[in-house]
Write a protein that binds this ligand. Structure first.
Ligand code: SF4
Ligand code: SF4
Length: 98
């Protein structure tokens, strides 16, 4: 599997993108009205590791997020989940993954 250092670097430069603080605890998934349709912690890990091809497979999930922020209320790491997902939309668009 190819690792894209450019993807990881570009993501880290997006203002306000704080997914690196994610503890991978799964609380967000438990609270999300979409449940397992969207797994923020997995999306964040893929982009931070530069796994571009895997991220491309998850573009529909990135766009399914309602940006409702229900997940953020109990995130123990204070991750701005909805803003990060919004940033992912920008990134997948820029990199033509969608
Ligand atoms: S609740 Fe926060 S720390 Fe836990 S998996 Fe979701 S984003 Fe990561
Ligand atoms: S902002 Fe997105 S990931 Fe968070 S609870 Fe709402 S739909 Fe789920």
């Amino acid at each position: 599997m190819r690792v894209s250092t450019a993807l990881a670097a570009e993501t880290r430069q997006v203002e306000g993108f704080d997914a690196a603080a994610c503890l991978n605890c799964g609380v967000c998934t438990a609270l999300c009205p979409l449940g397992y349709e969207i797994l923020p912690r997995r999306l964040f890990r893929l982009v931070l590791l530069g796994l571009e091809e895997r991220l491309a497979e998850h573009v529909p999930q990135i766009y399914s997020c309602l940006l409702c922020r229900m997940c953020e209320a109990n995130c123990p790491a204070g991750v701005h989940i909805a803003e990060n997902i919004r940033a992912l939309r920008t990134i997948v668009g820029r990199r033509r993954l969608s």
